[in-house]
Ligand binder design. Structure first.
Ligand SMILES: NC(=O)c1ccc[n+]([C@@H]2O[C@H](COP(=O)([O-])OP(=O)(O)OC[C@H]3O[C@@H](n4cnc5c(N)ncnc54)[C@H](OP(=O)(O)O)[C@@H]3O)[C@@H](O)[C@H]2O)c1
Length: 208
């Protein structure tokens, strides 16, 4: 629920994500990012650009709905360039990284945008690559960039709770898939460090 909720709530409460819109998921190789790709597809996204570092996890995202994948591994300037080429015209960014990748991505994307007055909703959700960015003021003047966050506080508790039943329905229907690897809580010490297949998520279970 938690990784899925992050983009479900953002796309339904922080922006108006209609079918036909396009999206970039920064940090798509993570647990929340994998769900964001699937949720964007479920909500009718036309284009879904998935960006992340882990090559084995990155290739799995096409089957989940990504229409383009971009590697954030390697030279940062080259990655930002590739990202801009693939995602310059998206309507929404779901950002799990922040920090250096975001700091490079924002100016790179906006400078490639043909219609800079077209709104770009940049929704900050996680900060895996760092808590801060530096943003030149000229970027904000030269494009219709709307930076916002999504989480408790930017969405009311009542608003988040109201989203849970519909998300649970989709999870139960199998619309959103998780490659869960159940391990008993009693084996947590081994499970914590045991290697997993790319995309697998260890889920600790407790039996009464
Ligand atoms: N606000 C909310 O409602 C909410 C809800 C759930 C989660 N979150 C937050 O969302 C974030 C992601 O959660 P998660 O469960 O998906 O974590 P995760 O499974 O560990 O995934 C982390 C993602 O960030 C990428 N990443 C990490 N460090 C990076 C760096 N230095 N440069 C570029 N990419 C980097 C990883 O890329 P690679 O694996 O490819 O290296 C991966 O795509 C966390 O900050 C979490 O707290 C927020």
């Amino acid at each position: 629920m938690n990784p899925a909720m992050s983009s479900w709530v953002a796309l339904r409460r922080r922006t108006e994500f209609r079918p036909g819109r396009s999206i970039l998921v920064l940090g798509a190789t993570g647990n929340a990012g994998r769900m964001a790709v699937q949720i964007a597809r479920h909500l009718g996204a036309d284009g879904i650009v998935a960006a992340g570092r882990d090559p084995k996890r990155l290739v799995l995202l096409t089957d989940l709905g990504a229409t383009d994948v971009v590697s954030l591994a390697g030279d940062p300037a080259q990655s930002a360039d590739k990202l801009a080429e693939a995602a310059a015209h998206v309507d929404v960014v779901i950002d799990y990284t922040w920090g250096a990748p975001t700091e490079r991505a924002i100016p790179a994307l906006l400078s490639r945008r043909t219609d800079r007055s077209a709104p770009l909703d940049w929704i900050q959700i996680g900060s895996m690559a760092g808590p801060d960015i530096t943003l030149p003021s000229s970027v904000l003047r030269a494009a219709n960039l709307r930076i916002m966050g999504s989480g408790q506080g930017s969405v009311t508790a009542a608003g988040i709770i109201a989203e849970l039943p519909s998300l649970m329905t989709e999870l139960s229907k199998g619309t959103l898939t998780v490659a869960a690897l159940p391990r008993p809580l009693a084996q947590v010490e081994d499970a914590w460090t045991a290697p997993t297949e790319p995309g697998q998520r260890v889920v600790l279970t407790v039996t009464a």
